[in-house]
Design a protein around this ligand. Structure first.
Ligand SMILES: Nc1nc2c(ncn2[C@@H]2O[C@H](COP(=O)(O)OP(=O)(O)O)[C@@H](O)[C@H]2O)c(=O)[nH]1
Ligand SMILES: [Mg+2]
Length: 334
């Protein structure tokens, strides 16, 4: 039986093997992903993002457990280079999940950025697809909310949960980095710490007033959907991820968001956005790789040196390389 078939039939060892292949950008993963593709498209992809230390891993663990208790199967990908599952602080969270170890309905995996062809975002997207094809109802991706990656995750999931924490001043940081705008659900974690009320009030006045954009007219019409409640109002929740307080309401919001996505046909938009992001990153990578294969190392290094010596600027150098390459490929054809 092929690895893909094994995964579909529920073989968790095959799943682990393929995720490693995907993570390492192994050449075989391409064929396996192709074989798995027809089986995907059913899972609810959920992104959990926020600054390091806000409690993403803790919350994801409770979320996964609670969904599992409700009868769903859950795959978790932790894309947090600073605190991968299975090492250091996260070990404590794993111990808390002990009652679910050995349960095939829950699967946790940390993703490392090393060697991923097409970058971590691509590897994560592919890994999420594998979990989807494996039949998990939910695929939860925990990502570190700094820089681009936090914003990027919203292109890869159906529901984005943004965490801020009371106490640490993370809220200000998150607002600045533009992450809050990507939220479908906003969570103020560490509600047990002093200052929670202040952060909640701050969030309430800053962001909750802005509903998600309504889905495009095209989809709304094709579904004959009543336009009255097309807009999603981002709920603002508070949690204590250490104890699991508030996770029940978070799950309620998650279910409501899924219902909104399906009723408004926004789910189609999000699926397309996700697939477009994957396709574009693949094309970018393939084209770059092919381009570089045809450039001699010597030529490249010489150009690099010219830029360092300020004989030429990087923009002109790139333009020159591209021009020369296409001239050459036209000559090849002639
Ligand atoms: N007081 C308090 N501490 C929390 C809460 N949630 C998480 N923590 C702690 O905050 C630290 C960082 O949590 P973690 O889940 O690793 O955050 P991540 O970096 O966002 O994944 C850990 O020591 C957690 O035990 C909470 O609701 N209240
Ligand atoms: Mg974490």
């Amino acid at each position: 039986m092929s690895l893909a078939k094994k995964i579909i039939s529920g073989d968790r060892r095959a799943l682990a093997r393929v995720l490693t292949l995907v993570e390492n950008g192994d050449a075989h993963s391409k064929d396996i992903l192709a074989e798995l593709h027809p089986y995907g498209g059913k899972a609810h992809f959920v992104g959990v993002t926020g600054a390091p230390g806000v409690g993403k891993s803790s919350l994801v663990n409770f979320l996964a457990q609670s969904l599992r208790v409700l009868g769903d199967t859950v795959g978790v990908l932790a894309v947090d280079p600073s605190s991968p599952f299975g090492s250091g602080a996260i070990l404590g969270d794993r111990v808390r999940m002990a009652d679910l170890t050995g349960d095939d309905g829950i699967y946790i995996r940390s993703m490392a950025s090393r060697g991923a062809v097409g970058g971590l975002a691509y590897a994560t997207g592919a890994a999420a697809d594998v979990l989807d094809a494996a039949g998990f109802n939910y695929v939860i991706i925990e990502t570190v909310g700094v820089g681009q990656s936090g914003v990027e995750i919203s292109n890869h999931v159906h529901t984005t949960i943004v965490l801020v924490a009371s106490g640490a001043g993370d809220d200000v940081q998150a607002i600045k980095s533009g992450i809050l705008e990507t939220a479908d659900i906003l969570v103020v974690n560490k509600a047990d710490l002093p200052g929670a009320e202040h952060v909640l009030a701050d969030m309430r006045s800053n962001v909750v007033m802005n509903p998600s954009p309504a889905p495009s007219d095209h989809h709304a019409k094709s579904k004959q959907f009543d336009g009255s409640d097309l807009a999603w109002r981002v709920p603002l929740l508070s949690t204590v991820a250490r104890s699991g307080d508030g996770v029940d309401l978070l799950i309620k919001s998650l279910l409501q968001h899924w219902e909104y996505l399906e009723n408004s046909a926004e789910i189609d938009n999000r699926r397309r956005t996700r697939i477009r992001a994957i396709l574009e990153s693949l094309l970018r990578n393939r084209l770059y790789t092919r381009f570089m294969e045809d450039i001699s190392r010597k030529q490249f290094d010489a150009l690099l040196e010219s830029i360092v010596l300020r004989d030429i600027d990087p923009y002109s150098a790139a333009a020159r390389l591209i021009e020369e390459k296409y001239k050459a490929s036209c000559l090849d054809k002639a």
